[in-house]
Design a protein around this ligand. Structure first.
Ligand code: ACO
Length: 376
């Protein structure tokens, strides 16, 4: 078989979607036609999920019903809690615990209804993550509350206390901003899984695995460590130079699609700015801004043929740290949001499914003769 190979499927369109639209050259992102900045600022997370799943904004009555539907699906079974507790005791990462919990999410909830599975998965992600965090602290999980909206309930289950409106809004803006983003690696994974006609729980489990790596959702923890180090040394240029000289990448910079600053970075920077303005401790935010300026300049010198600017993960770290999400939960908090995008894509895939099965050019040896084991 001949024809060009695109390493990493770079620039290859493998299908059509009506869910999110990305323009990598102008740096724009729209969800079902709505600019990301509007979705981030205007929506509650439940509205964003409705928009993603059904393609339009809900009426007030529909939104009330939809919120109730999500809230009434938040509980996880004791069997799932046992799995998560063990993961916490063995000090597995939050993403490992989430993957185990999601895999068991339909225990006791068997059904053959993809839309119901989608709602259930979206509903239980925060419960699994918060239960893991509680077990890590040696405490019992806190049961979800049906009267709180998604972001508020997540923060509540981490501590048992209702968070301030500023923290809830910070988390909600974050959840809205990262809910969907075209055929990123984890969303593509989810679509591949359902294209085999496997169920949505399997798709969600596989997608959690794909999100975990530092080239995708695993970057914000390292970004926070980087900014804290620079905060102490006060020398961003030295940090950037020595990282690049060591052949390492700067976390939170660069993107497969964008040749501009990631539009989500601007949305999250604004949200972080708003949050830190109200707070006594704006150091991290100031450090981030200074670091960004220095890093973009030095990256341009180092990789002149590729414009490397901040991606979504950079200000994710700043915002989530500010609103009090523990660093260990940054990537799982990303998953709590992105599961809605995964589910919207899985349902879209099922709507007009064809098995996703690309090919590879074979470059190995040919025409070999078998050598008997005694003669090797
Ligand atoms: N720091 C330093 N150099 C970089 C960076 C970076 N953050 N990103 C890309 N480059 C360089 C590469 O070294 C390469 O240079 P070379 O040709 O001299 O070797 C060139 O830019 C092109 O890099 P690719 O690997 O082809 O870029 P790709 O599109 O595959 O990667 C990615 C995109 C994975 C996001 C990359 O920019 C990266 O590793 N960034 C750091 C990790 C990160 O922030 N991950 C979060 C991504 S956002 C998300 O998924 C939600």
């Amino acid at each position: 078989m001949t024809g060009p190979v695109s390493e990493g499927l770079d620039g290859i369109a493998v299908g059509e979607t009506e869910i999110s639209q990305i323009d990598g050259s102008t740096g724009s992102l729209a969800i079902r036609g709505y600019p990301i900045a509007e979705v981030a600022q205007e929506a509650t997370y439940e509205e964003t999920v409705f928009l993603l799943l059904y393609g339009r904004l809900p009426t007030a009555e529909e939104l009330t019903g939809f919120r109730k539907r999500i809230a009434s699906n938040r509980e996880i079974s004791n069997k799932v809690k046992i799995v998560i507790e063990q993961a916490a005791q063995e000090e597995k990462s939050a993403m490992d615990a989430l993957r185990m919990g999601v895999a068991g999410a339909n225990l006791g909830h068997e059904r053959d209804n993809p839309e119901a599975d989608a709602i259930r998965l979206i509903a239980v992600f925060p419960t699994i993550v918060a239960a893991y965090w509680r077990y890590r602290q040696g405490k019992d999980p806190i049961a979800p509350r049906q009267d709180l909206r998604h972001a508020a309930n997540y923060l509540y289950m981490l501590t048992g206390e209702k968070a301030s409106e500023a923290r809830i809004e910070g988390v909600e803006t974050y959840l809205n901003t990262v809910a969907d983003h075209g055929l990123n690696a984890s969303t593509f994974t989810a679509r591949v899984v359902v294209s085999t006609q496997a169920d949505l729980v399997s798709a969600g489990t596989a997608a959690v695995g794909a999100l975990k790596g530092p080239l995708h959702g695993g970057a914000p923890g390292p970004v926070l460590e980087m900014l804290r180090t620079v905060n102490e040394t006060g020398n961003p240029a030295d940090y950037v130079r020595s990282t690049l000289a060591g052949g390492d990448r700067l976390m939170g910079f660069g993107h497969r699609v964008y040749r501009t600053r990631d539009p989500r970075a601007a949305v999250l920077e604004d949200a972080a700015h708003e949050f830190y303005t109200e707070s006594d401790d704006a150091d991290l935010f100031e450090t981030a801004r200074e670091f960004e300026e220095v890093a973009v300049e030095l990256l341009a010198e180092r990789v002149p043929d590729r414009r490397l600017e901040t991606n979504v993960e950079f200000y994710t770290a700043v915002l989530l740290a500010g609103v009090g999400v523990p660093k260990e939960l940054f990537t799982t908090t990303f998953a709590i949001s992105r599961v809605s995008g995964w589910m919207a894509h899985a349902l879209e895939q099922l709507d007009d499914n064809r098995l996703i099965r690309p090919t590879a050019h074979y470059t190995g040896e040919i025409d070999r003769s078998w050598t008997a084991i005694a003669e090797r």
